[in-house]
Ligand binder design. Structure first.
Ligand SMILES: O=P(O)(O)O[C@H]1O[C@H](CO)[C@@H](O)[C@H]1O
Length: 294
């Protein structure tokens, strides 16, 4: 039924990695954070850190992109145990999609209930400015339309259902909490809420592609996140996502601006401290739910 090529890790392979981590740290995280390009500083909010290089963790892929350090950081925030990926994996690095999402099932096996995904993204919505923070309320999965979905292949019921629902992928209570946190911090002016569209990358979009995505209902575009969210929801974790608008997608043939990774990283550096504050406060407000995930 399925071709002979490897379509994913076995449950036992995920267990090897999770058990190795559980044996090598006393942290038992309930919250995972995935840092987007240039946003790795978010890990610094964690206290009592235990840090692993991806290269030291069995089965873990390696980060190859500038701005993704390749470290897994365990620690606590206001007494809550967390784990943070300083560096994620992307399709354009050449990884099959099941490697891109490998850490998510590891988080679940560690006992994580809530995953916070962050990314750098190009703003398609005309009202968005560079430096805006967009709460992700929904996504468009372009690689998925072409059959590149991380759940393709045999389904392991120990993780989740064959046909998981995605209409509630981004937890509405966590988005409400984030809005309250942003208001209290005085960030409402640069807080937005919208739809994130994932493409394969690594080339940035053409002008025609940007206009098309905007018409399809996307507010921001990037090359990550959605695959992780699908796997997190498949195994029942709550998801909160935010995009830092690091550049405005070019939509005018007369424009001189050109998307580039340096600008993406620079915007991340400029908004780092506000993002750290917002995520710290958000984590403070997240209630554990006894691993009774949704
Ligand atoms: O999505 P993250 O990992 O934040 O990175 C974004 O920034 C890079 C392009 O500058 C791409 O990898 C894009 O996906």
């Amino acid at each position: 039924m399925f071709p002979e090529q490897k379509l994913g890790y076995t449950y036992e392979e995920y267990k090897v990695t999770a058990d190795w981590l559980l044996a090598n740290t006393e942290h038992r995280p309930l919250i995972a954070i995935i840092c987007g390009s240039g946003l790795g500083g978010l890990a610094e909010i964690l206290k009592d850190q235990k840090v692993f290089s991806y290269s030291d963790i069995p089965n873990f892929p390696q980060s190859t992109v500038h701005g993704h350090a390749g470290r897994l950081v365990f620690g606590t925030l206001k007494g809550k145990s967390c784990v943070c990926m300083q560096g994620r994996f992307h399709l354009y690095e050449g990884y099959p999609i099941w490697k891109v999402t490998f850490p998510i099932r590891i988080f679940r096996l560690l006992g994580v209930e809530t995953t916070i995904v962050t990314n750098a993204a190009g703003g398609l919505n005309e009202d968005y400015k560079v430096g805006d923070i967009m709460l992700i309320k929904d996504h468009l999965n372009m690689p998925g339309f072409a059959g590149n979905n991380p759940l393709v292949g045999p389904n392991d019921e120990r993780f989740g259902l064959r046909f998981p629902c995605m209409s509630d992928a981004y937890d509405s209570d966590l988005r409400k909490l984030a809005k309250t946190v942003a208001r209290d911090l005085g960030y409402s002016e640069f807080l937005k809420e919208g739809v994130y569209c994932v493409l394969g990358g690594p080339s940035f979009e053409t002008i025609a592609e940007c206009s098309m995505l905007k018409r399809l209902g996307a507010d921001a575009v990037g090359m990550s996140t959605v695959h992780e969210v699908i796997v997190a929801r498949h195994c029942g974790m709550r998801v909160f996502g935010l995009s830092l608008i690091t550049n405005k997608a070019v939509m005018d043939y007369n424009s001189e601006s050109k998307a580039n990774h340096e600008e993406v990283l620079q915007t991340g550096r400029e908004r780092a401290s506000q993002l750290e504050k917002m995520i710290s406060r958000l984590i403070e407000g997240i209630e554990p739910n006894n691993n009774n995930v949704c």
